[in-house]
Design a protein around this ligand. Structure first.
Ligand code: BG6
Length: 489
């Protein structure tokens, strides 16, 4: 299946940091379908050759294991083309259409591609303009798909506006919204664990599960992204999308099939079942934090307010912890705790399923409950924590042990990264890992009362030390229910 992949924003950060390395990995693994052309589109004039050199240099900044050798790059570079476009000019879209419809043999193919993927790796404020122009130029035929990167809007109304303009040119099946967390291998393994194994599903409910914790922690600060981040904050940047998508994957009912819409229908039901926030419950159930300056590993690091392009006195949150519930038969009364933040103790993304303790303990010592840890980062794996007898005495207390499954070791070199997975799926037209507009809007609808409550509240976020797990109020939120975050257990 031949393809044309057009990257709008072809010289931007997302393209050279994430998309090109992912495309190169797909190429190296032999997973890119043959007969492909990749066209980078940007504002300035340059030749294909100059663009290839630009990308070659950028690869030096990529993780060395993922860097091509000269020979590999030369072969990969044959797929790369470049075109200048002024995104406001209809004739430039007409030119793009000609490039797609009338390929030249010297570019490796002389018949139009079977599938065309238009990836908008531009600043989001251009999405509506580009989609409207693509529609007007009739670059929206049945074999065309458009891929949209987050952030898709900054609240419900702006997300709906983007979706309205996109829908005027593209059907829902043609519009692919990326949440790169869905491309992470461990997230796919969560589906496999739940729906490809009979073992856990009978336990996956309120009768056996005490609480579920989703942590997306980063060790880094906002770095050079102060301007963007200050208008965004952790709730919009990580909770509305990544954390909620993970929550839907954990809590959804078994879908009738592995079809994209069968899955997305179930995820949507979870989002609709989330306990709505009120101004009072925001105060009670949501902790908003901001990192202060301090020392991490012997080095002084700036506080959020001292970061580049962050205005003095900013109340933007760099940390959120919240408690919610999925209000349905399966999950009634089970707390779901979500937390995310920058400058925390570690880069650590994981989902912890805490089971209930045994109802009638017969062994001495503490009655420690089982837990299942689905690790997304830094490693990708699964831990099942159990209690066992060491066999060293007669009346001994049980000891905690865990079964540890390392997916990288188990499946080694065949594994593909998140963007590689999502780009290959976009080319293949496989929509399971893309977010449907109704899911995305429902996620905005749910976070909006929190945004509103904070906008009407003069209180500053709670400060936390860099290298910590956030403000103490985050631990208190979980302790209130008699539980503790994983690292405190
Ligand atoms: C992005 C956020 O969506 O995800 C960033 O905008 C964040 O702020 C990043 O750093 C985290 O992604 P990952 O894959 O590195 O955990």
């Amino acid at each position: 299946m031949s393809f044309d992949l057009v990257l709008f924003g072809g010289t931007g950060d997302l393209t050279w940091r994430k998309l090109m390395p992912a495309l190169f990995q797909a190429f190296r693994h032999g997973k890119l379908p043959p007969g492909g052309r990749i066209l980078a589109v940007a504002r300035d004039e340059r030749s294909d050759e100059a663009y290839r050199e630009f990308i070659r240099e950028r690869f030096n900044e990529v993780d060395s294991a993922k860097r091509p050798t000269d020979g590999e790059f030369d072969r990969f570079a044959q797929l790369l083309h470049y075109r200048r476009m002024d995104l406001s000019q209809p004739e430039h879209y007409a030119g793009l259409k000609r490039w797609i419809e009338e390929p030249r043999a010297e570019e490796g193919r002389s018949t139009p591609a079977d599938t065309v993927v238009l990836f908008l790796a531009t600043s989001p404020h251009l999405f509506t303009q580009i989609c409207a122009q693509l529609g007007a130029a009739q670059l929206n035929g049945p074999k065309v798909r458009v891929v949209l990167e987050k952030p898709l809007g900054h609240d419900l109304a702006s997300a709906q506006e983007i979706n309205r303009v996109v829908a005027a040119s593209f059907t829902e099946q043609q519009a692919l919204r990326i949440d790169h967390y869905l491309g992470k291998p461990s997230v796919q393994n969560l589906s496999a664990l739940r729906f490809g194994n009979a073992l856990f599903e009978p336990l996956w409910r309120r009768e056996s599960i005490a609480n579920i914790q989703i942590t997306l922690a980063e060790g880094i600060g906002v770095g050079t992204r102060g301007e963007f981040y200050n208008q965004t904050g952790a709730l919009r940047d990580m909770v509305q999308n990544h954390a909620l998508q993970l929550l839907t994957m954990v809590a959804m009912e078994p879908p009738a099939s592995n079809d994209a819409d069968a899955i997305r229908d179930e995820k949507l039901k979870v989002l609709r079942s989330l306990k709505p926030f009120t101004p009072d419950s925001v105060v009670r159930d949501v902790v908003r934090g901001q990192y202060r300056s301090g020392t991490v590993d012997g080095k002084t690091v700036p506080g959020y307010l001292e970061e580049d392009k962050v205005p003095p006195g900013s109340r933007t949150e760099t940390f959120v912890a919240l408690r919610t519930e999925v209000q349905n038969w399966r999950w009634a009364g089970v707390p779901f705790y979500l937390r995310t933040g920058k400058r925390l103790a570690a880069r650590d993304a994981q989902i912890v399923v805490n089971f209930r303790p045994v109802p009638h303990p017969i062994f001495p010592g503490a009655n420690v409950a089982n837990k299942l840890v689905i690790k997304l980062q830094p490693e990708d794996g699964l831990e099942l924590h159990l209690m066992a007898a060491k066999g060293t005495g007669q009346t001994e207390a049980l000891s905690p042990v865990f079964l540890d499954l390392d997916f990288d070791k188990a499946f080694s070199s065949e594994r593909v990264g998140a963007y590689e997975r999502l780009l290959l799926d976009a080319i293949a037209g496989k929509l399971n890992l893309f977010v449907r507009s109704d899911e995305q809007e429902q996620a905005w609808r749910w976070v909006e009362p929190v945004l509103d409550a904070w906008a009407n509240d003069d209180a500053a976020p709670r400060l936390y030390a860099p290298g910590s797990w956030g403000p103490p109020a985050s631990s208190a939120l979980v302790a209130r229910d008699g539980f503790a975050w994983a690292e405190e257990q």
